[in-house]
Design a protein around this ligand. Sequence first.
Ligand code: M1P
Length: 239
Amino acid sequence: MMQKFIFDIDGTLTPSRAKIDDEFALFFLDFCKNNHVYLVTGSDKPKTVEQIGSRLYGKAQRVYNCSGADVYEGNKNVHTSDWILPQEAHQWLENALDRSEYPIRTGNHIEYRPGMVNFSVVGRHATMEERAHYVVYDKETNERNLIARDFNKSFPRLQAVVGGETGMDIFPKGGDKSQILKDFNSDDTLYFFGDRMDKDGNDYPLAHEINKNKLGVCHHVENDTHTWKILKKYYETRV
Ligand code: M1P
C-alpha cells in the first residue's frame, strides 16, 4: 500500500492565477521529496510553471495539466489529447458571452488548450483588478455555475466545470480530473486536496470517485494557507 498525494493548484497550492507563497514553496518542496506528489489542474503547462516554478513542477511524480489531457513527468510529455471543441459548442459559448450582462471584456474568452477549452466572460487577459471585479459579480449572480449548468444541458456529450476564479473548463464527458485515476493502483491510498469539490466545481468529479470507491481522503480546502496547515499537521503526526 502506498500513500499518494494529489493537489489541485489554483486556490489550493496558490491563490488563483498567482504565484505560490515563497515560504510555502520551500515547505512543499520538502514535502515532495518525502512523499509521492501528483498535481492536477485545469491550467496548461506554461501557466503552471509560472505559478509554482520549474523546480516544484519537476519534483512532482506527474503533473496532469488541462485536467489530465496533457500529462508531464518533469519536462517529459507522457500524453496529450487531440480533442477539439465542436464548432456548435464554440458558437454556444460566443452567444453566452453576448448574453452576459457583465460589462468588462478583456479578450481571449475561449482559450483552446490541449484536450479542453477554458471559457471566461471577463476574458483571460483580465488584470488582477478586473479579475477581482468579476469575482464579486460572479458571487452575486452565480453566473459561472449557471452558464456551466446550461452548457451541460445543451451538450450532454461535453462537460463544463467551474474552477479558478474567472472561468470554467470544458472538455469531452469524462475528460475531467477523475480521468487520472486510471494511473493509480487499487491498493494506493489517495489524499486529494482541492478548493472546488462542490457539485459544479472542477475538483468534484475526482473527489466524488475517491469517496465513492473509498480510495482515500479528500480535503476540501478554503485556500493555500488551509492546505499548508493540513500538511503541517500531517508532518507533525508522523514524527
Ligand atoms: O483550474 C481551473 C482554472 O484555474 C484558473 O482559473 P482563473 O484564471 O479563472 O482563476 C486558471 O489557472 C485556469 O487556467 C484554470 O483552468
